[in-house]
Write a protein that binds this ligand. Structure first.
Ligand SMILES: [Zn+2]
Ligand SMILES: [Zn+2]
Length: 270
């Protein structure tokens, strides 16, 4: 499986998963023209995308979904709550799914895990490639880490994880108190420290890539996010060299993992 982060942050989020003949986007939070140009930089034709799975209705995740789906024939999938909150989505065909459910899309088996965020019914996504068994997870816009989320993210091969803000930079940054509270609250976003703790909890030798996403431009720096998460991983089964920061305005990746044989899994302790 290959994973490209086409861009991640408050200006837009879109992640491409590829396995076999299937190409699925998680979120389409950029205008369709930007999505097309980012896909073009990695040689992917827009018409080759099978489907978009939306994690929630916020514009930085859903902005380009309807136009792209209509223009290029992409299937759209979202929870009922997401469809209800997004006027554009109610006007076109959308395959709805329940949070905390599993379903198939092309070559992928998808697990949608309900997360805590100030949206109608937001989810994290775990995608398993049917051929190789490789698992990738995308967890951003996460206000607090639940037992269900921690369990879902364990044993994945590629993890795209939010490291939104540095707690001190948020406290002394430009936002008014109400916005600071929203971001740091239980329905807001994960800080670097929280991302580090979660990464440490999920660390196992089979984790090939940890991609830090949704980095705040106002209250974080790529180097700070990277250092904080690497500090938390010190002494764990995951080397800090496996951690990378995703860009907002450019493609990061591909992150790639291939299936492991049973004996390799035994050796890795996965
Ligand atoms: Zn959001
Ligand atoms: Zn977001």
């Amino acid at each position: 499986m290959k994973v490209w982060v086409l861009g991640s942050g408050s200006s837009g989020n879109a992640i491409l998963l590829e396995s076999g003949n299937s190409r699925v986007l998680i979120d389409a939070g950029f205008p369709h023209t930007v999505l097309a140009s980012r896909l073009a930089t990695i040689g992917v034709a827009v018409q080759s995308i099978d489907a978009v799975i939306l994690t929630h209705e916020h514009l930085d995740h859903a902005r380009g979904a309807c136009t792209s789906a209509k223009k290029w024939g992409w299937s759209l999938l979202a929870t009922r709550g997401t469809v209800r909150e997004c006027a554009e989505l109610s006007a076109i065909p959308v395959h709805t799914f329940d949070s905390n459910s599993s379903f198939a899309v092309g070559d992928f088996s998808i697990e949608a895990v309900h997360i805590s965020h100030d949206a109608a019914d937001p989810v994290a996504i775990v995608a398993t490639a049917s051929g190789s068994g490789v698992r990738s997870a995308i967890a951003y816009d996460v206000g607090c880490v639940t037992h269900a989320l921690r369990r879902a993210l364990a044993r994945v091969d590629i993890l795209v994880l939010e490291a939104n803000h540095d707690e001190e930079m948020l406290q002394y940054g430009p936002y008014p108190p109400s916005v600071r509270q929203r971001i740091s609250g239980s329905r807001g976003h994960l800080s670097n420290r929280e991302a580090g703790e979660l990464a440490r909890d999920c660390a196992h030798r089979g984790l090939s890539h940890l991609a830090l996403a949704h980095i705040s431009k106002e209250c974080n720096l790529p180097g700070v996010a990277l250092a904080t998460v690497r500090d938390h991983l010190a002494g764990s089964r995951v080397s800090g060299s496996k951690v990378r920061v995703c860009a907002q305005d450019a493609v990061t990746g591909p992150f790639q993992a291939s299936g492991k044989t049973a004996s390799e899994q035994l050796l890795l302790g996965v």
